[in-house]
Design a protein around this ligand. Sequence first.
Ligand SMILES: [Zn+2]
Ligand SMILES: [Zn+2]
Length: 214
Amino acid sequence: MTVPVKLLTQVTQAAKTHQPELSVSCSENAIKLTGPFVLSDLRGPFDCYQVELQIPSNFPWHEPTVFETGGRIPKNIDRHVIPSNGSCCLGVWEEWLVNVPGHSFDKLMTGWLYDFFFSQSWFEAKGEWPFGQRSHGKAGIVESYADLLGVTLDAKVIADHLKLLARETIKGHSLCPCGSGKRLRKCHRDSIQLLSNRIRPTMAKRMLNRIASN
Ligand SMILES: [Zn+2]
Ligand SMILES: [Zn+2]
């Protein structure tokens, strides 16, 4: 799949606005941003990382891959660098998709990406992570989904919620996924209704596949 012009425009614009020192290049199936990623606050820039961002042509459905290329961040999982390919561990992608309406690259740049590098500087200075942190691998995915659904860390409760949300229509006589044994209409109907506006069937299916395959 070739890079859509609209995506290239969006990424170029976001870089120009927030990280003007990055250079943009485009290959067959990805956009690449390389150069310094600058951290700044009201007083101006205070830190900077050499990065390479690879934004796949099917962004936002697929997440970008991010590398710190200056050799500053130790390449291990305790520093949120994924050992298998050396890329930055930004978070569980479905969490970004559900929590960031519009899915614009601009919001990724000023949100998760910025926070990742900000956290690294904070950790260097203070030896702790500013925003807390999740587990890695399957445990981290389950934690993230539990948060998104507003349920406890129970694999069955999570899967039952997702199975319900994966349906095009949710019926009141279905069993409530909370595990109470009651019908939905006599239990969590209202909260499920609200959730179904945030987590659409396609997303619920994607999340189900991910917990089933990991
Ligand atoms: Zn991590
Ligand atoms: Zn319930």
